[in-house]
Structures are given as C-alpha cells and as structure tokens.
Design a protein around this ligand. Structure first.
Ligand code: BEZ
Ligand code: FE
Length: 304
C-alpha cells in the first residue's frame, strides 16, 4: 500500500487503466487523464472551482435535446471542433480540394430535395434573393455528376428553422444534385451574421469571457459523391463585420465570397450571384470517413 502524492495518483490511475483491451480507447483515456491532471495542477484547482466545473458540464448536458447540441457548441467555442477538422483534413484532403469548415449544431439529415434552380427559402422568404451556382469536380478539375449538395442557413433574422419554428418545419435547407457536367445552381436569400445560442451554459461562458458570440454570415454546404471524401464546408460573406473574429473559428480565406451582379455564366443574371466550384478529394482506401458533427437527433442516447 502506497501513500499517494499528486504524481502517485496519476501513476495509479494510469496503471489501473492499463487493462483496457481496446488500444485506441486506452491511448485516448490515458492522454486525457494525463492532461486533466496536468491542467488541475497547473491552475491549482480549488474544490469550489472543481464543483463549478462539474455544475457547468452538468448544465451543458441538461441543455441538450434532439434539436440542440450544447456539447458541440462547447467544442466549437473552445476551438476543438476546428482543430479536429484541421487534423481530419490534413489526413485526407487533397491539396487542391476545397477547404472544410464546421458542420455546426444545426445540420439536419434528410433536408427536402429540390430541382436545379429551386429556392430553399420556402416558408421564410424575407431577405435579398441570390443565386449560387458552379461545378463540383474532383481535385484535378474533372466533373462529378450526381453529387449531392446539402445546404442550410439562417433566415434574415439570423435564426435556423429549428430556432424559428417548431421542429416539424424544415426551411432554408435543401438538397440538390449535380447534372452530367457536375453543374449545380440554386436560389436562396442572403443570410446575415448571427449570434450562437447565448441562452444556455455555453452562451453564459462566452458572455463571461467578453466575446461577441457572433458568426459571420454564411451558408453551410455538404457535398457527397461515391468514392469521394464527404466535403463539409461553408461559404462566408466578405462584407460581414465579424469575418475576422468568428466565435467558432470556421472561416478560411478560400471560403470567403461575395454575391454580385454580372457574374459570368450565371443562370439567373437578374439576381446577385455567387459562383463557387467545389473540389472533392478522393476517399483513400480503407478510410472510414467521419464527420466532425452530426444531426443533434442522432446523438441523443436512447430513452431508458
Ligand atoms: C453554425 O454555423 O451553424 C454554428 C456553428 C457553431 C456554433 C453555432 C452555430
Ligand atoms: Fe451556421
């Protein structure tokens, strides 16, 4: 029997976990415990602070529903989601492939399907109508026909359908397919920048940190086609005042766009247009894929 000092507790915890049969679970939990102990020792964590942390995480869990994922929001504002995205990209995105961005907590599976040129603004049509068009290709520029493009965004008040309506309404989201040349076009309304949900524990933390809590105006895009890595990205509007200070660190220069009149080749020259070509990376042999995020309803544990 050994009396434990701080290093001894860590050593014992790691020793007890050494029996974990799954090697990856073992690696992850051992590193997590080492870093957690290191963190607590670095800040000399006090009992009331430890308890405040437990209460915070409890509140984060309690704020989750099939339509709200407060833990993903927490991961987003801490930069963890972007970090995992970057590491996932570094593993398999081809150099010429479109950069990725955050899925965020408002993605929903099975958005309505639209024909080419359809508008995803069905119920909530307020705002400047725009068109988005372009081509989906592989990283070498060869067209990808039949790719599915899933897009979603907020309304002109900065709310997603789940926030503005009851969950039965799917609006300002939809799926399109590329034609034989890999081309797509669609219509929507120009989104505005919006605040991440600030009415829960994560919002309170962001507030305590004196951060603005805003995301620059953007449209989410998920592009999928057989044989390619799923592309989860977003297009960000250049003129948004928070383009350089996104609360969840999602913006990259190559994803910044502008809706303008007179874009060559626009199928709707009467509307401000954005031309954006998406370049998919090939799925490597044995790659299991994996999105950084999910439809919140898919993450809730089954009711007991
Ligand atoms: C979003 O873009 O939908 C989003 C991403 C992270 C946190 C909140 C919202
Ligand atoms: Fe968003």
């Amino acid at each position: 029997m050994r009396d434990l000092d701080p290093q001894g507790v860590l050593d014992e915890a790691l020793a007890q976990m050494a029996t974990t049969p799954d090697p990856r679970l073992h690696e992850i939990m051992a590193a997590a415990v080492r870093h957690l102990h290191g963190f607590a020792r670095e800040v000399q964590l006090k009992p009331d602070e430890w308890l405040a942390g437990i209460a915070f995480l409890t509140a984060v869990g309690q704020a989750c529903t099939p339509y709200r994922q407060e833990f993903i929001l927490l991961s987003d504002v801490l930069g963890l989601s972007r970090l995992v995205n970057l590491m996932h990209d570094a593993e398999g995105r081809e150099a010429a492939g479109t950069e990725t961005s955050l899925l965020g907590p408002f993605f929903r599976d099975k958005a309505p399907e639209f024909p080419p040129g359809g508008s995803i603004a069905v119920h909530d049509t307020a705002g400047q109508e725009i068109t988005i068009f372009g081509q989906v290709t592989d990283a070498a520029g060869r067209p990808v026909p039949g790719a599915e493009i899933d897009i979603w965004q907020t309304n002109a008040a900065g709310l997603y359908d789940l926030q503005a309506n009851d969950a039965s309404v799917m609006d300002l989201r939809g799926r399109f397919r590329t034609d034989a040349e890999g081309r797509y076009h669609l219509r929507t309304v120009r989104p505005i920048g919006y605040s991440i949900p600030m009415d829960g524990p994560v919002g309170r933390l962001v507030h305590q940190q004196n951060r603005h809590g805003m995301r620059p105006a953007h449209i989410h895009v998920l592009v999928a086609a057989p044989g390619f890595r799923e592309l989860v990205t977003a297009l960000y509007f250049a003129d948004d005042p928070n383009i350089g200070s996104d609360t969840v660190f999602g913006v990259s220069a190559s994803l910044v766009v502008d809706a303008a009149m007179g874009v060559p080749g626009s199928p709707r020259p009467d509307l401000p247009g954005i031309r954006y070509d998406f370049r998919l990376s090939r799925r490597a042999a044995g790659e299991t894929g994996g999105r950084v995020g999910a439809d919140p309803s898919q993450i809730m544990p089954a009711a007991e």
